[in-house]
Design a protein around this ligand. Sequence first.
Ligand SMILES: Cc1cc2nc3c(=O)[nH]c(=O)nc-3n(C[C@H](O)[C@H](O)[C@H](O)COP(=O)(O)OP(=O)(O)OC[C@H]3O[C@@H](n4cnc5c(N)ncnc54)[C@H](O)[C@@H]3O)c2cc1C
Length: 394
Amino acid sequence: MKADEEGFLYPSVEIGLCVDCGLCEKVCPFNAELESHQPQSVYAAINPNETERLQSSSGGIFSMLMRKIIEAGGVVYGAAFDDNWNVHHIAIESIADMSKLQGSKYVQSSICDTYIHVKQNLQTGRQVLFSGTACQVAGLKKFLRKEYDNLLTVDVICHGTPSPMVWQDYIKTIWQPKGADAGENTVLLSLNENPSIEGISFRDKKLGWRKYGFVVRYSDDQRKSEKFGLSSVEAKSEIWESLHDNVYMQGFLNNLYLRPSCHHCRVKSGRCESDITLGDFWGVWDVCPDLNDDKGISLVLVNSSKGEDVLASINALLYDINYKDALKCNPCLERSVQETKYRKMFWSSYSSDTVTDNIRNVVKAMRPSFTRKLYGLIMFFVSKIYHSFVPKRT
Ligand SMILES: Cc1cc2nc3c(=O)[nH]c(=O)nc-3n(C[C@H](O)[C@H](O)[C@H](O)COP(=O)(O)OP(=O)(O)OC[C@H]3O[C@@H](n4cnc5c(N)ncnc54)[C@H](O)[C@@H]3O)c2cc1C
């Protein structure tokens, strides 16, 4: 796999070694016509274990599924950070390691050689839970080329996956990996050495699930403040920014650096054939307001009878939902986010050293100007006045 100039990995064939069997093209989900499927059932769902729920991005249902498989002696695959805050798929086999897979990481996760290990585990008869984006699940299914009773697959509803290179360039603005040149540190300006990052969460729920924040947690701030002579404010042990203030999240949610294929996703609407699809139940406040305690509610789509059986066995709090209501508040279930001219603008001025300025500038350019806002407001009032005199045709 080789990274392109945007930092996304693509397969590259070593012509000298290729035996021209065509298998790689045969198993590529993007070369196949995949059928869409409506889910068998749809639920609003909550993990009754509040600690697990708060550590998760949505309602914490994935943690319940992990626990079930691990307690049965199985192995769970999902996206985790490594020591340098890259995101890739790993396997876990113990309850103690569950926290590594909890929480959404808004970066494209590298699959590494997990498909091969999944197959080996399946062949020994072990229970396997594989989780990831729909394209990763579709890729695994094509790679396996047959169904396994001991495999449970879970995909997440997906807005799109951001470039790992942008993420790494962004993370360098708040942290320098050991041995790297010290660059501009935009968060702790007086730090020239490594602050030791203990954890990163893209979906911190300190101010609630709806107003989630991006948080970087530093360890040992007492030692750090002494060593670097920082004031207590500078040596604070975490940096918390709302999704509106965090520059990386703004670039992600404005679709500046998603993988190009995410704008034409071919595996939405159940096409990846996972057993269960998990997402956030945005819109719960309209559909079932009594459920919303702002600690996270999952949207669960069950796509197979295997998924139905597993879900029934984990003791999650489940509430029947109409698919149309789920779709209304979560269009990413069926539709890809659109590519705009601002994506091109972002990449044409990309430089690793100025990543945060670049995101800020492009996001600013996306905002309507004062004149456009004023024009919109005037047109709104003109149409209100017009309709109050001219009755609407029915
Ligand atoms: C890139 C991305 C975009 C998303 N977009 C939406 C959206 O538009 N609408 C929506 O409702 N939900 C979206 N989600 C899903 C949502 O954020 C939660 O992951 C999901 O609801 C599961 O939540 P949970 O509380 O059950 O478990 P959690 O513990 O929060 O989720 C963990 C699960 O997420 C997987 N995961 C985490 N990061 C990645 C990654 N980088 N690549 C692949 N898998 C990953 C883990 O493998 C595990 O399966 C997105 C998730 C990701 C990773």
